[in-house]
Write a protein that binds this ligand. Sequence first.
Ligand code: SAM
Length: 340
Amino acid sequence: MLHDQFRRPLRNLRLSVTDRCNLRCAYCMPEEEYVWLPREDILSFEEMSVLVDLFAELGVDKVRLTGGEPLLRKGVERLIAMIAAKPAIRDLAITTNGLLLGEQAAMLRAAGLHRITVSLDTVRPDRFRALTRRDAHAQVLEGIEAARRAGFQQGLKLDTVVMRGVNDDELADLLEYGRAVGAEVRFIEYMDVGGATSWSAGQVMSRAAMLAALEQRYGGIEPVVEETSAPADRFRLPDGLVFGIISSTTQPFCQTCDRSRLTADGTWFRCLYATTGTDLRGPLRAGASSAELAALVSAAWRGRTDRGAEARLALAGRGPLVQIAQLRQDPRLEMHTRGG
Ligand code: SAM
């Protein structure tokens, strides 16, 4: 197992299969215009499979497909089948906005996908429209139902980005919806990641505030004590319902972060807040051997000191991470290019 400068293992790879998305969520893609990655630079599934093998040899055993919207990439089930066939990868999951899940859930299951996380920020169609600029709330709910029918009940999660003044009054409603469909809800603090160009501290509802609001409604909430490097801390309501909170904005968890990200054009980032990454597409297409690629990745991980969320928290007058002009120059700085 490879470890970085803080003894954090290289274990968890977030693989963006595309930078394109069919939604424009206010916290991720609030702008009208975007610069996309050049199509010729997008890795083929075969190239992604070779790189997953490389990371697996170096200790990665969890892969999460993300994006952009991963289900937008034609034939994604082929990539899933390739990765699911790798014995070293014991956990293969996807994060999706659910729009295309209705038609694809059974196919993803047949291809060998293990788990699904659906992003759902509201139970109200009007708010969904306001947040995403699309009238497709029912399609997402149908997608969640299709995932259940296809056998993804186990491990089904709902990710909700909580924004003050937007959906902070829906925490209990989302929990009750999760309870009804048998999915575990994870509330995510709004992050000042690249692309969140209208982020401000005032819009952040902290983990502490979420717990206080939920305790008002449900009574005493207990933390779930467990050994894990997963980003969410989990909690149990008095009636036993479990949910999670991902608090990288107010209570970062860089100490245990074993995640890294590969963009769809083969750039490897070792932190969500990193502004520079390592190009793996170039050497791969230039015919580098797996030993040469492994040396490149090993050296970079061993030298890793990133603790981006902590560094952001220490900043006075914190604002958006990257300005629009810089995002246009380098779209890999965008959240929708490196994936959550
Ligand atoms: N399109 C897929 C989706 O929407 O789930 C996958 C990509 S999306 C970038 C991955 C995750 O990042 C989603 O759960 C999304 O809610 C989260 N996300 C995006 N921008 C965020 C922000 N500014 N703060 C917190 N979470 C964010």
